[in-house]
Design a protein around this ligand. Sequence first.
Ligand code: ADP
Ligand code: MG
Length: 247
Amino acid sequence: MTEPILEIRNLCKSFGALKATDDVSLSLRPGEIHALIGPNGAGKSTLIKQIAGGLRSNSGSIHFAGHDVTPLSTVQRARAGLGRTFQISSLAMEYTALQNAMLGALGREGRVMRFFAPVMGQRNLCDAALAALARVGLSDHATIRTAELSHGQRRLLEVAVALTLAPKVFLMDEPMAGLGAEGSKQLTGFLDELRHEAPILLVEHDMDAVFALADRISVLVYGKVIASGSADEIRADPMVREAYLGA
Ligand code: ADP
Ligand code: MG
């Protein structure tokens, strides 16, 4: 079996007395989609933020592409190839789709590049941004203000912004939320291709998408992984059915 590209070990995060994540370990292998499911408040978003770096863990470690990235900041992790999440919109509504994608590409280069970009990097940034827009099917919307895009198109734009960072791994927090049937189907197809470029740790409520995409599913309840396995194993697990699937 191939080595994991991302491995998290014994991660914990408490908010006061609440253990939002409690000794969570899981891994992600090349080409894989590993879905993380669980009821509201289970700690899924907390875990994603701990991995991306926005939240400091109380204990545990994160190993990415052979390195212990636990001490690194969010920006350093992103630059190393740990892709961002999508739950909270980070798009600038007054900017065009292309401008947002270019800002994403700029983020990759860091502050120094941000300063020099006006004189040296514009063209490359623009090319990278246009390529990312094309991949999510937004080429025709490049010059449209983000505020005028539909919800589904904004979601796709967020994916395009993430793509400009050329991540080695994607961390996605409910990318299907609010997309509707057609949008979910489109994004599901895209993620199915994207996994070959960069494996995906996918937090998702849309169980059709999860069962269609996931090679492995882990179930988080009250901050703990209560089960982990293939889609069939998870569907058949009585503990999961009781705790989460409501059957
Ligand atoms: P999920 O994404 O699975 O719905 P979250 O990770 O958002 O769950 O939340 C897990 C628990 O941690 C919840 O009880 C939530 O209220 C709590 N929580 C999350 N973020 C904070 C925070 N910044 N401060 C205090 N409590 C938080
Ligand atoms: Mg959440």
